[in-house]
Design a protein around this ligand. Sequence first.
Ligand code: OGA
Ligand code: MN
Length: 287
Amino acid sequence: MSYQTIEVRPITGALGAEIEGIDLSTELDNQTFDEVHRALLENLVIFFRDQDLKPDQQIAFARRFGDIHFHPFMKGLDDHPEILELIKEEADTRTFGAVWHTDQMFNPKPALATMLYAKEVPPAGGDTMYANMYMAYDALSDGMKEVAGKLKTFNVGDRMKSHGREARKDRYKGSKAMQAKVKDPGDDVVTEAVHPLVRTHPETGRKAIYLGNHSQHFDGMTEEESAPLLKFFAKHATQPEFVCRFRWKVGSLALWDNRCTQHYAVGDYDGERRRMHRITIAGDRPF
Ligand code: OGA
Ligand code: MN
């Protein structure tokens, strides 16, 4: 099906498309919104250029996709708590999100989508990479699909194995601005979850590998038992043929579907500043 109200230009054979002919600061009519939504489902991550958005306008666009999700470990802006400002300053040595992951996988109902809007970008570097988890599933042998279909992952939001089990507060030592945003989620917020390794996308009906840096081991298995297969899936799922890479400019906005992708913030711009406004949209329980 073609598009009537927008132009959709894929940037790789795997995933990702730039959307043209749209001003996100205005209220989108239903046909335009439906086409943007379809472009997201078909391309997994969509990019908009040269957008000039006030926080309220970004929030209004995000709300078209669902309820706003609030990060349990990180504080949003004082006057717009829906927006988490990601900042890497010149002196910072740590990059938020510099591991392959899918957002909020430690939540029993992880984020459906994430919207990232560029306010300040380095002259070079600071790209974001995305990987197509439908392709990762489809490329498995029938035998491995059968094995994968039986596995569940155990996921945590803090003290990840990949971060030497450091608490967030310590983990963000190399990033003063992000460290200042760390908060305690409180006892009533669940930050550990078991999810199927193969999830069915509730809107497309397609199967995708569901895995990321939050995944510690397979449910019902030890870390040692899980490690070889976890490592296989992680490497398999992020091979170059399944990946795209987005070069930011000020005013670029990315929207990705966390149910069928992983992403990676490339931390190659020490000494430069980068500042982004991030909103996550609430999702459902994976099945
Ligand atoms: C995120 C994230 C990537 C980036 O916001 O969830 O991983 O490039 N960001 O900042
Ligand atoms: Mn992320």
